[in-house]
Design a protein around this ligand. Sequence first.
Ligand code: AMP
Length: 542
Amino acid sequence: MLGKMMYQPLLLSGLIEHAAQYHGDTAVLSKEVDGTVTHSDWLTVSNNAKRMANGLAALGLKPADRIATLAWNNRRHLEAWYAISGSGMICHTINPRLFPEQLSYIVNDADDQALLFDITFLPLIMAIKDSLKGIKYFICLGARDDKVVAQLPETLFFDELLEQSAAEFDWPQFDETTASSLCYTSGTTGNPKGILYTHRSSVLHAIALCMPDVSALSAQDVLLPVVPMFHVNAWGTPYAAALTGCSLILPGPNLDGDSLVSLIDDYKVTVALGVPTIWQSLLAAAKNRGSKLDSMTRTIVGGAACPPSVIKTFREDFNCDAIHGWGMTETSPLGTMNQIKAKHKSLSDSEVNRVRESQGRPPYGIQIRLMDTENPEQVVAEDGHSQGNLQARGHWVISDYFTENPEAVTEDGWFDTGDIATIDADGYMNIRDRAKDLIKSGGEWISSVELENIAVEHPQVKMAAAIAAKHARWGERPVLIVVKEQGSSVEEAQILEFYNGRVASWQIPDKVIFVDNIVLNGAGKMVKNDLRREYGNVLLDS
Ligand code: AMP
């Protein structure tokens, strides 16, 4: 027997409707590409999204069409998002830092019909324009600009489209499993693969993100998503923000530590989200400027392993909770989040700190398990030290890829993440490494993450990457690539000494290589493939 309750499809348009109706005057601030700050609110975002939905329809764009965006986190991008997905089209956010060939590959693979872009990316578009097959409209996110027209005469302008479009629009109602947005993985090996989210998965993900044991987002918060909207939909924050009616600060293109400290202090940000490298530069800038980041109650750190030293500094020096989370493009991305349980309250500070270092436990909606690396049918014990291949399933986990080799799950319905992890009896998961980043020395595994976390604890180390270098006797040995703090004269021996007592002696890297810079990808993660290519033979050569 079916129950007798109303059924309403879970649609993204419902989120912006809610924000407009109940939080219409709550601020949505946006740093624009020209450096100015626009003050808007949820009602205006909603009204503009409706106008833009009319504007896109008037161009002949229709439900299921893929509409690409190449843009920073800003207000027009947000309005375009709701206009596109809300009217049944699919919002395809593109990472502008991909190689140009990858960029045109994914635009063509997605069969994008229109491309909305920030003016910053015009040179990029001009470079690949001839290889883009299906794009009918180029829409610049701004007012008319003669410089843009001079280069790309067919460009339409977002602000003009808004002015020309009718205000009245009713969000269409459709099946909640309709596709809402599309993100491609960064494709470090092979072609990037598309992940096609549904309205249902995105709304459920947004609800989960707000739960007290996840980010505890509420209408009292001022949220700063530093994570770009092209990195897994800014981890779902633009949806969660509308759902709670919190205030939203969109940081635009400048994500350096100084710019972020200014935004946090000027607009009293209470919660921010981003990858560890962002927080490392933010902490340095805040210390430099003497800011205590007073308004910040918590920061959500994920996307790469967060060094325990970063968590500790946030807590001890800035009275701010640093909450470690794990996720992937394929998991929308929320997979686990580190919030303690009641039983942890009686622990000492240092014991609680240790609990908080892991990537945390799954919220309702996600399950995780470990499978044996040698015997893939065998489930690994959740005892906190046995490691295995991490698999996930849940309401916002991929079922199939968008195109090429669509198969994404095991026969019994789990997604294999490619991460190696441990899980303890309380469900807390610890990522040991990406399977391909683990270092196998004489048949024993060494976690590159653990070596990197220790290195960045050293006061004179700014960034560090541990990679597997080929070794004649041991197969592989760890080599540490280090960027020193400015002005530091630290030497190899001092860094290697720092490992004494922190890891077993056979896990200490064989060599330290100092470099000026480690390249980060569009999501702010270290590009280890390049490092392996460059330094993978360094122990053989010597
Ligand atoms: P992406 O889909 O590009 O966001 O990358 C997902 C991958 O990032 C995961 O499979 C992990 O290897 C890594 N990752 C994400 N969050 C964390 C974390 N908190 N600690 C360690 N690795 C992480």
